[in-house]
Design a protein around this ligand. Structure first.
Ligand code: SAH
Length: 227
């Protein structure tokens, strides 16, 4: 993918970008097994090139993760799609996201559920993400700067929780804030040995399903890794 997505909003540029997005979804998402049509549609709509730093914008519609500054990365399109597909969103849910990063995943989520509450620990990233929510007129997503391992207790319970950084174990506050019939997707484990987990509440405990290997930046915080 060598062509650089221009930032102007000229109509033909927009058509070109929409075409690149459609190809990204076809080759790097649908071809790898994602079938939820709502997820595929949302990813065809959200302008990923607007979220990444300008020096990597040319790669926005490729298959890879990209650096976003502050030693963080935006996940590859496939993994965003896979995690969101595993959430099985119908459109009515209240979703908690930990690790806003650029805000890309939050905006994809915003198209598929009722309301997104997203937490980011890096102030600059949170600020940029809320700016882009405004520019894209996304009114059902909010960001706060905090240690997301504590969750967002004022807004709990959540129907779904999605964690975009890998934890040593499932943070207890997030289990407490998950609705009884809710589910959480979270990568667990140290660098090089992470697994994607789907967590559901069963009585007072939890059940964990293994959803394959993963490669995320660490979740740093009180109920995560030490900073
Ligand atoms: N979903 C993002 C990418 C997330 S990268 C996107 O679409 O761009 C993981 C993010 O988690 C990083 O921005 C990192 O700063 C953040 N993070 C790590 N530990 C955190 C914590 N305890 N609370 C909130 N955010 C955290």
């Amino acid at each position: 993918m060598a062509t650089s997505p221009p930032r102007s909003d000229d109509k033909s540029d927009e058509r070109g970008l929409a075409h690149q997005r459609a190809l990204m979804v076809e080759r790097h998402v649908a071809a790898r097994g994602i079938i939820d049509e709502r997820v595929l549609k949302a990813m065809r709509e959200v302008p990923r090139h607007r979220f990444v730093p300008q020096n990597v914008a040319a790669k926005a519609y490729g298959s890879g993760a990209l650096p976003i500054g502050f030693k963080q990365t935006i996940s590859q399109p496939y993994i965003v799609a896979k995690m969101i597909e595993l959430l099985e969103l119908k459109g009515t849910e209240k979703v908690l996201e930990i690790g806003t990063g650029t805000g890309y995943q939050a905006v994809v989520l915003s198209k598929l559920c009722a309301k997104v509450f997203s937490i980011e620990r890096v102030n600059e990233l949170a600020l940029k993400a809320s700016e882009i929510f405004r520019e894209l007129k996304i009114h059902n997503a909010s960001v706060k700067v905090f240690d997301g391992t504590y969750g967002w207790s004022d807004q709990a319970p959540f129907d779904r929780i999605i964690v975009a950084a890998a934890a040593p174990e499932v943070p207890e506050p997030l289990v407490q804030q998950l609705a009884r019939t809710g589910r959480m997707i979270i990568p667990i484990g140290p660098e090089g040995r992470q697994r994607l987990a789907r967590v559901i509440r069963v009585g007072t405990g939890i059940k964990i399903e293994d959803c394959g290997s993963a490669e995320f930046v660490p979740l740093v915080g009180k109920f995560g890794w030490p900073g």
